[in-house]
Design a protein around this ligand. Structure first.
Ligand code: XIL
Length: 367
């Protein structure tokens, strides 16, 4: 017995952090990375996405190959937002978006358009626009119609069927916040600006799916109710809306799964497309670890599995996909947003090795 304990003890300490999962003798699997045997996109019954920039696509071979290995849907992290496109009155720069569309077309991956109207992406000249409210409204109508029409021209063949490369747009992003309430869109176009924006997008493209996208829909009851009311109001008034994007910037602990399921189920009841549009999972909100520990990585793995499994409550025909908001931990917007360089919210480490969070995501996909 003593010998056995000693053997286990020796084995435990002979397993180095990074190669423990590779060593068949090891009884302890304590690595925070692993070697995947299957690609996420092949395991999934819906598109699995990640974010890109034109610059990364053009300059980073490793990024491109990791992206195409696991993902079949892409969203521009910033390049297709208003501040990047709308360079002056009736003047547009689609060049970065075009690079992204071109890449998607060549590789047969879908593009999710993000985002036409967002209070945090207003070009300075528009913020300070001195024309009348009517002129302002006309500019926004032209911008939405020009942008949607421009990108709707690009088609590709998927399973022998011709489809638009840009499958959907987040038409309005984060309208139910105090900043959006006081944004120039509501002030200058009026309380019905959401209805108008969705209608203009539909007029520009009869087929592209139109989404309303927001954060904390899964955790704040009042936000959920605003979204549910929006769906009802739009339907009663014949305003087009096809889907809801839940950003899903969540933590490994909060909000609890019961609440997420409860909120999701209420959206499912509306029989509408559902996109988990910006998924990431923080593990260090209290800054109580100085590197990603195995224990925290494991908690994150389980969380990713639970979230992906939860997404499968959505009926097949309404599954528009899950998009992750970044590839490597160090690429995440959250490091800046939370002013915490010690955050590890994504599926890959700095060397593009898959973290066990990736295994959690993969396991959540298995029906
Ligand atoms: C973020 C980008 O990741 C950052 O690079 C940028 O500085 C700000 O925007 N909700 C959204 C996304 O809808 O567009 C945001 O993306 C993250 C929060």
């Amino acid at each position: 017995m003593r010998k056995l304990i000693l053997l286990c003890f020796l084995l435990f300490f002979s397993c180095s952090k990074d190669d423990s999962t590779m060593d068949p003798l090891c009884c302890v699997h304590e690595s925070i990375t692993y070697v995947p045997t299957e690609n996420l996109k092949d395991l999934a019954s819906f598109p699995v996405g990640n974010i890109v920039s034109a610059n990364k696509i053009l300059t980073n071979n490793q990024f491109r190959s990791v992206l195409l290995n696991d993902f079949n849907s892409i969203t521009a992290e910033n390049d297709m937002k208003m501040a990047n496109i709308f360079i002056g009155p009736n003047s547009y720069d689609f060049s970065d978006g075009d690079i992204i569309i071109d890449f998607a077309q060549q590789n047969g991956v879908r593009v999710f358009g993000h985002a036409l109207i967002w209070h945090s992406s207003i070009p300075n000249w528009l913020q300070n626009y001195s024309g009348t409210d009517n002129e302002f409204e006309q500019l926004i109508e032209n911008y939405i119609k020009s942008t949607v029409s421009h990108f709707s021209q690009q088609k590709m063949l998927i399973d022998g069927e011709e489809v638009s490369v840009v499958a959907a747009w987040d038409v309005v992003n984060e309208a139910f916040t105090s900043q959006a309430e006081s944004s120039i869109f509501r002030q200058r176009i009026g309380d019905n600006y959401l209805e108008k924006c969705f209608t203009w997008a539909r007029e520009a493209d009869a087929d592209v799916k139109l989404f309303y996208n927001d954060y904390k829909i899964e955790s704040i009851p009042s936000k959920l109710n605003q979204v549910l009311n929006l769906i009802d109001d739009f339907r009663i008034n014949n305003i087009p809306i096809d889907g809801i994007g839940l950003q899903m910037h969540i933590d490994h602990i909060d909000p609890n799964l019961v609440q997420i399921k409860n909120h999701l189920d209420q959206i499912i009841e509306k029989d509408i497309l559902i996109h988990f549009s910006e998924l990431d999972v923080t593990v260090n909100r209290n800054v109580d670890i100085s590197e990603l520990t195995y224990e925290r990585a494991l908690s994150q793995e389980n969380r990713y599995r639970d979230i992906v499994e939860t997404y499968r409550r959505v009926p097949f025909e309404n599954r528009f996909g899950i998009t992750l908001w970044g590839m490597r931990d160090i690429d995440s917007w959250l490091l800046n947003h939370h002013n915490n360089p010690l955050e590890y919210p994504l599926l890959f480490d700095t060397g593009y090795n898959a973290k066990i969070a990736h295994r959690g995501f993969a396991n959540g996909l298995i029906e």
